[in-house]
Design a protein around this ligand. Structure first.
Ligand SMILES: *[C@@H]1O[C@H](CO)[C@@H](O)[C@H](O)[C@H]1NC(C)=O
Ligand SMILES: *[C@@H]1O[C@H](CO)[C@@H](O)[C@H](O)[C@H]1NC(C)=O
Ligand SMILES: *[C@@H]1O[C@H](CO)[C@@H](O)[C@H](O)[C@H]1NC(C)=O
Length: 401
């Protein structure tokens, strides 16, 4: 009797799981080909993607998946994948290639948001993976150097998607930033491959803003602007195992533009390699801004022919822009550590700590720095208004106060 009851109980408990597992294979996969996508790289597949997304986002149950199959190329006009979705976690499996229309050919802005090509918005537990490719055809936009004039779009923008997982994608030739992550606490970003020419304008690799507890790891970034930029509202950010170059390095900022109050704190950049980049590890804030960047650590950094390996520019001024000369305030910089940074510098001033007279940088710590000249020349550090300590540094940093 007891035994029979136990068997019955086990059956009741396990059967829903069994049911979910059996149905998972088909029921929750929404293949864009089943919704009319052509995948020939020429016909606009936007409507098919929207129809499949609507189903995936509206599906209840276990990880509904929007499937973009391999071996095909899908052309998408500016497109919005929006939540909230019914499921706790929605997957986008990008196995094939998504390609943008060319600006000079058949690009169509469909609404008032002229900032983004592909946008994911307000989706909990979004997982984007699959090893596929996003091709922005940015060369059709780059000749227009002024963003204001031609609305060069961000290739992939992910906004309000907490617990995002973005893994194993390739982005090529983004029109502007490759990936922008905004308001996505608790996200994991890994194994990205990012490619654009070194002279392509504003093609930041990964842009993080207004997000806490983010890991970015094991990625190769070759682009025309910052490989990773950590901007306002970001905290507890780990960047590790990133190879950058060409590019402008890994940057905190810019912060404080046009008098903004901006904050960044608790950032760890570890085990990163810079190859022929303009900067290595950088902090950049604008004259006239306020707020802070603090508790920033750059550790285990390898430099190969880097123009400005270690650089803080606290009072950045753009002489083309009129309105940032007025105020003399500054974004406060403190608790900034450089540990085990080594390799070759293209410039003589391998370490530049340029801080403000009224708001000096405080507690700047340099330990085990070993930077030599790429061409056998002299190497030195330069500081203005930087307070802190150094030990075992080549070059020495006697300009710290
Ligand atoms: C994200 O994290 C920050 C810092 O921990 C917190 O202030 C903010 O409320 C969080 N946002 C959301 C939407 O959870
Ligand atoms: C971030 O890095 C620090 C030090 O490298 C480590 O202690 C911490 O656990 C990391 N956080 C995450 C979420 O990986
Ligand atoms: C450092 O990063 C490289 C990728 O550039 C990775 O292969 C390696 O495992 C990382 N090492 C550690 C100790 O995390």
């Amino acid at each position: 009797m007891t035994c029979l009851f136990a068997v019955f109980l086990v059956f009741v408990i396990s059967s829903p799981c069994l049911y979910a597992r059996i149905t998972h294979g088909k029921k929750y996969i929404f293949n864009v080909l089943d919704y009319g996508a052509s995948g020939n790289g020429k016909i606009d597949d936007t409507n098919a993607f929207m129809a499949a997304w609507k189903k995936a986002c509206g599906a209840t149950g276990d990880t509904p998946t929007l499937l973009i199959p391999s071996g095909k190329t899908f052309k998408l006009q500016p497109v919005r994948f929006e939540g909230p979705c019914k499921s706790e976690s929605v997957h986008v499996k990008l196995k094939g290639t998504i390609i943008a229309p060319r600006r000079d050919d058949d690009w169509k802005w469909s609404n008032n948001d002229r900032k983004t090509w592909i946008r994911f918005y307000n989706i909990k537990g979004l997982v984007i993976n699959g090893g596929g490719v996003i091709e922005g055809q940015g060369d059709s936009w780059w000749s227009c150097k002024s963003n204001r004039k031609c609305d060069r779009p961000i290739a992939l923008s992910i906004i309000h998607c907490p617990h995002l997982k973005l893994v194993g994608l390739t982005s090529k030739n983004s029109q502007r930033n490759h990936f922008s992550i905004n308001h996505c606490n608790g996200s994991f970003i890994s194994d990205l491959r990012i490619y654009a020419p070194g002279n392509s304008p504003n093609t930041d690799g990964v842009h993080i803003s207004e997000s806490a507890h983010i890991v970015i790891q094991n990625s190769h970034i070759q682009t025309g602007d910052d490989c990773v930029a950590i901007i306002t509202g970001s905290s507890f950010i780990n960047v590790t195992g990133v190879t950058c170059g060409p590019g402008h390095g890994i940057s905190i900022g810019s912060l404080g533009r046009n008098g903004a109050y901006d904050t960044v704190e608790e950032v760890q950049v570890t085990n990163c390699t810079f190859i022929k980049t303009t900067n290595g590890v950088r902090i950049k804030t604008w004259k006239g801004g306020s707020g802070y960047a603090r508790k920033i650590t750059f550790q285990d950094i390898i430099l190969q022919h880097v123009q400005n390996p270690v650089i803080i520019t606290q009072q950045y001024v753009d002489y083309h822009s009129k309105n940032n000369h007025g105020s003399s305030s500054a974004v406060a910089l403190s608790d900034i550590t450089y540990k085990n940074v080594g390799g070759t510098s293209e410039s003589e001033e391998a370490i530049q700590l340029n801080c403000d007279k009224n708001v000096p940088c405080t507690n700047v710590v340099l330990e085990r720095i070993n930077i030599i000249s790429s061409n056998g020349g002299k190497i030195q550090a330069a500081c203005q208004n930087a307070e802190g300590t150094f030990s075992s540094c080549m070059p020495n940093v006697p300009c710290l106060v």
